[in-house]
Design a protein around this ligand. Structure first.
Ligand code: FES
Length: 101
């Protein structure tokens, strides 16, 4: 069962960038796009890169190591067919980002 966890303040994430976090023992990457935040699994399925050190291009999280791209909406990999990362429910409450892990 998912547990909602306060991840960080929204203003601790630069616009269009990610943040690497460990929430309830789960590696999570949280991205900020405009006034919204998105949370996906923190480990890239290619070679274990830290997705939270990545950035967003056209609604896709970009892994900093070899630039595989993952759609923020559903976690599907836009670079290699069939690859994906888990997505977590994510909300902004006040000035904090909350993630269900
Ligand atoms: S580790 Fe992410 S693209 Fe290679």
């Amino acid at each position: 069962m998912a547990v909602w966890v306060s991840a960080c303040r929204l203003d601790e994430i630069a616009e269009g960038r990610g943040r690497a976090l460990e929430l309830a023992g789960v590696r999570v990457a949280v991205f900020r796009v405009g006034g919204a935040a998105w949370a996906i699994a923190g480990r890239c399925p290619h070679a274990g890169g830290t997705l939270g050190f990545g950035w967003v291009e056209e609604g896709e999280a970009v892994c900093p190591l070899h630039h595989w791209r993952f759609r923020l909406g559903d976690g599907r990999c836009a670079t290699v067919r069939g690859e994906w990362v888990e997505c977590f429910p994510c909300e902004i409450r006040g000035d904090h980002v909350w993630v269900a892990v």
